[in-house]
Design a protein around this ligand. Structure first.
Ligand code: T5A
Length: 210
């Protein structure tokens, strides 16, 4: 059985990851593939409980190191219990955020060294890397404005002092460092233009897969 392809979608808050994953899923299915759509943090019942701990406004402070390790604890559950079995069964997996989020938020945003994050990544999912990462890029104020329509900000969304500018800059550095894996989409365009870009990326990937 030919293994499925692993596609991740990344970007700061409100750039349209959830919205565009719907377009992407339909486009991949239209090429005849079975698709599993999932997200991080979370993606399994236990990982979803870790997600709640990560984003809720709890009574107890969340040290940055605990946040980093919980991201990888959630990912270990998700990779072992959901992503790897699906890929092995030939299903394409489209994941809303993966380790590049940790590199951008805990690395770029919080300041953890990228080599420490990469060591954890090797440990948790060494042989699993995305085949393609779509980075939806838009100015921070635009993403925050769009995300704000959804309701009250969560524990991470309340960050200030340039946190999301550092996250965005880190994403762009990651994409520049791995141009074969990343495709950057200008998410400040209207939704129709973003959808067309996503469909073009999907067509190229599916053509290469045959
Ligand atoms: N996190 C996660 C880490 O710190 N480290 C990690 O390792 C991981 C995995 C939760 C948080 O966890 C952090 C990052 C996050 O802070 P999440 O739930 O994925 O992660 O968080 P969000 O990014 O906040 O998800 P959002 O739902 O806010 O953003 P989306 O999915 O990017 O945006 P979406 O699709 O919901 O769109 C928002 C609104 O904008 C509109 C949509 O219709 C919607 O109303 N919109 C557009 N409008 C006009 N034009 C466009 N082009 C539009 N695109 C979308």
């Amino acid at each position: 059985m030919k293994p499925g392809r692993f596609i991740t979608v990344e970007g700061i808050e409100g750039v349209g990851k959830t919205t565009n994953i719907r377009f992407l899923t339909s486009a991949v299915e239209a090429h005849g593939h079975t698709v599993l759509t999932t997200r991080e943090p979370g993606g399994t019942p236990m990982a979803d409980r870790i997600r709640e701990l990560l984003i809720e406004h709890g009574d107890e402070p969340m040290p940055d190191i605990a946040e980093l390790l919980l991201m990888f604890a959630s990912r270990a559950l998700h990779v072992n219990n959901v992503i790897q079995p699906a890929l092995a069964a030939g299903t394409w997996v489209i994941c809303d955020r993966f380790t590049d989020s940790t590199r951008a938020y805990q690395g770029g945003g919080r300041g953890f060294p990228q080599q420490d994050i990469n060591r954890l990544a090797d440990w948790v999912h060494g042989d699993l890397q995305p085949d393609l990462t779509i980075l939806l890029d838009a100015p921070v104020e635009m993403g925050m404005r769009r995300a704000g329509r959804r309701g009250e900000p969560d524990r991470i969304e309340i960050e200030r002092d340039g946190f999301f500018d550092r996250v965005r800059a880190c994403y762009l550095q990651l994409a520049a460092a791995e141009p074969d894996r990343f495709v950057i989409v200008d998410a400040s365009q209207d939704l129709e233009a973003v959808r067309r870009a996503i469909e073009g990326i999907c067509a190229a990937l599916c053509a290469n897969d045959n």
